[in-house]
Design a protein around this ligand. Structure first.
Ligand code: FES
Length: 136
């Protein structure tokens, strides 16, 4: 089953069950922590897509307890989505080739040569704020 998902490029991370937990404010995304239940534990993640976003984004809580946001598109030619790695501080492309990146978006292994775009994340008054203007 895992191989089939890799061949088809089906990632494990889903959109938030509560789609209303996040809004795109143009220069940043605001995510309500009390409604985005999926990211409340280390390794938890959601896909943020649509709502006028210029790129799809993976928001996840790292195993270190910090929140991270990256462009959810592998830099290898297939451009597949990324998932957090369950037991390591890594994120992994869902394709068969499975490029691996660290939380800074740097390539650790795989055919991808370029880093992922990362976005600054802050937490303020129960909301996660992802800056879209400072992605690098
Ligand atoms: S698309 Fe990610 S390794 Fe090929």
């Amino acid at each position: 089953m895992k191989l089939l998902k890799q061949i088809l490029g089906i990632c494990s991370t889903q959109a938030p069950k509560d789609e209303g937990c996040w809004v795109n404010n143009g220069d940043h995304i605001s995510v309500g922590l009390n409604r985005a239940k999926e990211i409340l534990k280390p390794g938890g993640a959601v896909r943020l897509e649509g709502k006028g976003l210029p790129d799809r984004i993976l928001l996840f809580q790292g195993l270190d307890g910090a929140f991270y946001a990256v462009k959810n598109k592998c830099t290898h030619i297939g451009g597949r989505r990324i998932d957090p790695t369950v037991d390591k501080d890594r994120i992994t492309c869902c394709s068969v080739m499975g490029s691996v990146f660290n939380y800074k978006g740097e390539v650790v292994s795989g055919p991808a040569k370029k880093p992922l775009t990362t976005y600054p994340v802050t937490v303020d008054q129960g909301r996660i704020l992802i800056s879209l203007t400072k992605g690098q």
